[in-house]
Design a protein around this ligand. Structure first.
Ligand code: 6R9
Length: 652
């Protein structure tokens, strides 16, 4: 990365990691080569890491051929996900904690053993059954980050139902469209929740959504979480506790085919209309369990904390399914990193002895702005590995994470993946890969990334291009819910016979990749293609800058000009001098092509619920087209947009 000289160092693999980790450099090379040379044999072997009721005899049956895309793994095998995540651990780990649940209020926490999880999930499964749910039925789960969220999801898998988990940030309109698209007959929610000291009116929002859909939902199951009184519609709404009293305790797991759908997850990325990404049973579980073990070098005894909302793929794969399939202790946290104080994350790490900590750059940046003292009041001695996910991590943030949070001793795995990919596709491995800020390392086993130019020509060696994947891996999405045609079109037709990720990437001489951003976000300045990540990293490397987002706008001479939105660190004031300084700073850091034309100081940036900047909105503001935002249903902080519009720099 050429953004930040001070942090541009490369960190070689520490000796003890190379010696102790599951995968060292040599093993990586050998296993990767084997996984590509003979995927059937490789996955045939690694598929055995989960328990199969009926073992598979075929491993891979996949085609990326345009018009005939079909992805099937382990297809004649049968299994059950909840059995794999719970029952099979009971003999050896029945009394081990499966879940540590940390409430919004620092006084509230709970620990749930595998044996307790088993009892809860069977009860939940029977409650769902009592509401008419069986194999293949759809259940929408709309709960805060509390243990019941995992009980409900695992209960679905126990009886073969398909869950669709929605973020608590979802407004009624989005809730309604996702419930309708999935045709869920049952919705699970809570009376209300609290997050960052603020109340989440879940039942109220759900009622508003259901008013728009009188026909679809026949039953709403309400968890009494805060105890706040809510309106209950007779015949439709039931408190979980009351239903639970009427159903049996035992519920054997349903035998599921490997390719039976496990869940639908609605995503919009950062563009347009939500789409239902479908993942299936066998391949997804094999892939998430395996990546969880190797990427995080997971060992029995680790306390694993992925801060992602469970309603995001990161939470599905690395809070729930990967860790529980491996018999881990996984921490779930109801609150925010800044409540009641800026040290909340660090307090939790010390209190619960978290050893593997996985979060998003947006969270790190929000904490970095308030300085090192909030971190240093804690020891953080339990940490041994850090992870980053969701967007490119700029070198300044990487360096702070490494030095201040990780005490310089914890490797950082910068993991690249997507809702569509199910699990991590590219990442450093802590015992095998040297670390370079901004680099997402090398492909995981079985993953065949390629860089192509706009015409689809494959680029060799050191290159900058569009990132595609040439062959299937077990954790891949199978289709878009009820829209296989859109699935083919969006992912397999742009570069025929390849999975198109929508991301741009760069590959260095060592074969390590860096993600340059979404291809939709590329800016073309006087014929030079500029990835947003590069300019943003350079801006954030400046001591006064907390966050930055850049977009293109029409420019008479250059084709496109560079428009930057910048938020400053606490206590720093906006000024024309600073504006000029930032422009010349970026030129000096990464070169004169990167001359920023406009710098708008911002209070905040528009983000999705998973913390991604929505550049589409920023582009419209830069173009002075503030009435053309399109679908803004995934926007988590609408107030910042008004401020940005009021202070826009291009006006007709
Ligand atoms: C897991 C997740 C996917 C998009 C992806 C890319 C961006 C994710 C990243 C990253 C750079 C990383 N992204 N991880 N960019 N470095 N380590 O985020 O899923 O919400 O579907 O988003 O996020 O642009 O294509 P999802």
């Amino acid at each position: 990365m050429n953004g930040n000289k001070q942090a541009a160092g490369v960190y070689s693999v520490p000796k003890q990691w190379a010696e102790r980790a599951f995968i060292d450099a040599q093993r990586y090379e050998a296993m990767y080569a084997a996984s590509i040379a003979n995927p059937e044999e490789f996955w045939g072997e690694h598929g055995k890491r989960i328990h199969w009721i009926k073992p598979y005899s075929t491993v891979k049956n996949t085609s990326f051929e345009s018009g005939k895309v079909s992805i099937r793994w382990f297809e004649d095998g049968t299994t059950n996900v909840s059995y794999n995540c719970i029952d099979r651990h009971l003999t050896e780990r029945g009394d081990k904690f499966a879940i540590i649940s940390v409430g919004d209020d620092p006084k509230d926490d709970a620990r749930i053993t595998y044996r307790e999880l088993y009892a809860h999930v069977m009860k939940w499964a029977n409650v769902l059954r009592s509401q008419g749910i069986g194999k293949g039925d759809k259940v929408t789960v709309y709960l805060p980050m509390i243990p019941e969220l995992t009980y409900a999801m695992l209960a679905c898998t126990r009886i073969g139902a398909i869950h669709s988990t929605l973020s608590t940030n979802c407004p009624p309109k989005v809730l309604a469209s996702c419930i309708a698209d999935a045709a869920s007959t049952v919705v699970v929610t809570a009376d209300s929740g609290t997050r960052g000291g603020r109340k989440l009116e879940l039942k109220v929002k759900l009622d508003a959504a259901l008013d728009k859909l009188p026909e679809v939902v026949t039953s709403v199951i309400v968890v009494k979480h805060t105890g706040a009184p809510v309106s209950m519609l007779k015949g439709r709404d039931h408190y979980y506790d009351e239903l639970a009293e009427t159903v049996p305790d035992q519920c054997p797991p349903e035998e599921m085919k490997a390719e039976d759908p496990l869940f639908v997850l609605y995503t919009s990325g950062s563009t347009g209309k939500p789409k239902g990404v479908v993942h299936t049973t066998g391949g997804y579980l094999v892939y998430t369990a395996m990546t969880h073990q190797y990427v995080f070098d997971y060992r029995d005894g680790d306390i694993h904390w992925c801060t992602a909302e469970i309603s995001w793929i990161t939470g599905h794969s690395y809070t729930v399914y990967g860790p529980l399939a491996n018999g881990a202790t996984t921490l779930i946290f109801e609150g925010t990193p800044t409540y009641p104080s800026m040290s909340r994350y660090w307090d939790i790490i010390d209190k619960h002895k978290v050893s593997l900590f996985y979060t998003a750059p947006t969270a790190i940046r929000s904490l970095m702005g308030s300085g090192e003292d909030a971190v240093k009041s804690n020891s953080l001695a339990s940490l041994r590995l850090l992870g980053s996910v969701g967007e490119p991590i700029d070198p300044k943030t990487w360096d702070w994470y490494h030095r201040v949070v990780g005490g310089g001793r914890c490797p950082i795995v910068d993991t690249w993946f997507q809702t569509e990919t199910g699990g991590i596709l590219m990442t450093p491995l802590p015992g095998a890969t040297e670390l370079k800020p901004g680099s997402v390392g090398t492909p995981f086993f079985g993953v065949r990334p390629e860089l192509v130019d706009a015409a689809g020509n494959v680029l060799d060696g050191v290159a900058n291009g569009n990132l595609v994947i040439a062959d299937s891996w077990p954790g891949q999405m199978r289709t878009l819910y009820r829209d296989h045609e859109r699935f083919e079109q969006e992912y397999f037709s742009i570069y025929p016979d390849k999975y198109f990720t929508g991301d741009g990437a760069r590959r260095d001489a060592g074969g390590h990749y860096s993600i340059t951003g979404r291809i939709d976000d590329v800016i073309n300045v006087s014929g030079h293609r500029i990835g947003t990540a590069e300019v943003e990293s350079a801006l954030v490397a400046h001591a006064s800058v907390s966050e930055a987002a850049v977009v293109g706008y029409p420019h008479e001479i250059k084709g496109q000009g560079i428009y930057a939105y910048v938020t400053l660190i606490d206590g720093e004031a906006a000024s024309d001098e600073l504006r000029k300084e930032l422009v010349s700073w970026v030129r000096k850091e990464i070169g004169p092509i990167f001359t920023i034309d406009k710098v708008q100081f911002a209070q905040g940036l528009p983000k999705t619920t998973s913390g991604k900047i929505i550049r589409r909105i920023l582009r419209k503001i830069a173009e002075d087209k503030c009435t053309e935002f399109g679908d803004t249903s995934t926007l988590s902080n609408p107030a910042v947009v008004d401020h940005l519009i009021d202070n826009r720099l291009n006006r007709k």
